[in-house]
Design a protein around this ligand. Structure first.
Ligand code: PMP
Length: 382
């Protein structure tokens, strides 16, 4: 062992909130020989990715591309390009992702206002409208799939309210894309991003994003340059062939293997069909939820319609040490679940069955592992 020998990686069932296991077809795509990031064949693959994202997001936006980086890269790209220092931003915080976006916006000098709920809470359209009227933000951020709480946020009408107040709507779908219905154009979402490593089942490290015409109008008519050169959409739109210019000019070297894998994962989603993918995730999640309740466990999100089908949160069973449960399950079942994240730490255990991992056999394995852990782990408190 050690750095002088070949790499050794254990097998793990990745049944936490991500990354999830990568199917052989996507692994094989990522293992294809590298070509240059500016070769015409690569541009063809990037065009396939663009079409795949347009389908997955249900958008016809021209300004659709994948970031070279994880979900956070897309998050920063959206905020850095849309918002200028001193402008007002409204962020809905009901878990860690709103907290992150508020911090990102604060760092680049925006005037940040927040709407707040404890994990598991969601916002009514009336609450959102009131805050938009009060703070007059240029951008409103909402997490569609709050993976730290296991909540899928209702989207109906939110885009219309934002537009009524001349505000752009930015939505995080890293944990929900492909698992819960989301229609970018129909729901009037201006900027939507996701990650590669959840229901898309590609390796971590690329992040699809799309901008509406309204969003493009704002970000390409700024007075100041975005703080990040790497994430500047004037350059990225050229790299992705979205700016209508005849020539693509070198900006940065994209993750070629990551793009191969992302391209294949989007093809698999298109082959399955979005509606099928949504209903499949719901069906398996419902099977899992019933099994968890049969074990005597309590689901953290009470309202079934607000549960995120890709990431299920359970209240930490009374008397147990949640870290001990997770360690036992990893050691004896090779399964990764996780605890909470940010404000939900100590509140929940999180189980993710996404894309390729989402099937009845895996859900049964999850239930068997939990049943075993509940029997074997010490009940530390009465
Ligand atoms: N948003 C949500 C809803 C997520 O679940 C995650 C990843 N857990 C992120 C954003 C951040 O993505 P990444 O870790 O790829 O930067």
């Amino acid at each position: 062992m050690g750095s002088r020998s070949s790499i050794s990686v254990p097998f793990r069932y990745l049944f936490g909130p991500g990354p999830s296991n990568v199917p052989p077809r996507i692994l094989a795509a990522g293992g294809r020989p590298i070509i240059g990031h500016m070769h015409s064949e690569m541009f063809g693959i990037m065009n396939d990715i663009k079409k795949g994202i347009q389908y997955a997001f249900q958008t016809s936006n021209n300004m659709t591309l994948a970031m070279s980086g994880s979900g956070h890269t897309a998050m920063e790209c959206a905020v850095f390009n849309i918002v200028e220092p001193g402008e007002s931003v409204l962020v809905a915080i009901n878990g860690i992702w709103g907290e992150r976006v508020a911090e990102i916006a604060e760092r680049m000098g925006a005037k940040v206002h927040t709407l707040f709920k404890t994990p598991g809470g969601h916002f009514t359209n009336a609450e959102i409208e009131q805050a938009l009227a009060k703070y007059k933000p240029v951008l409103f951020f909402l997490t569609h799939g709050e993976s730290s709480a296991g909540l899928v946020h209702p989207m109906d009408g939110v885009g219309d309210i934002c537009h009524k107040y001349n505000c752009l709507l930015l939505v995080d779908s890293v944990a929900s894309l492909g698992a819960a219905p989301l229609l970018m154009d129909q729901q009037n979402i201006d900027i939507l991003y996701t990650g590669s490593q959840k229901a898309l089942n590609a390796p971590p490290g690329t992040a699809p994003v799309s901008f509406s015409e309204r969003a493009c109008h704002k970000m390409f008519n700024r007075k100041t340059k975005p703080v990040s050169y790497l994430l500047d959409m004037t350059h990225l739109s050229n790299y992705w062939g979205n700016d209508g210019k005849p020539e693509r000019i070198y900006h940065h070297t994209g993750p070629v293997s990551g793009f191969f894998a992302l391209r294949e994962s989007l093809a698999i989603l298109a082959e399955m069909g979005l509606e099928n993918s949504w209903s499949h995730h719901t069906e398996i999640a419902e099977y899992l939820w019933k099994g968890l309740e049969d074990l005597g466990l309590k689901l953290f999100i009470k309202d079934k319609d607000l549960r995120l089908p890709s990431v299920t949160t359970i209240a930490i069973p009374e008397g147990y040490d949640w870290k001990e449960l997770l360690a036992y399950i990893m050691k004896h079942h090779r399964i990764e679940f996780t605890g909470g994240l940010g404000p939900s730490v100590g509140m929940v255990l999180r189980i993710g069955l996404m894309g390729y991992n989402c099937n009845k056999a895996n859900a049964a394995m999850v239930l068997a592992a939990l049943e075993d852990a509940l029997k074997q782990c010490r009940k530390s408190k009465a």
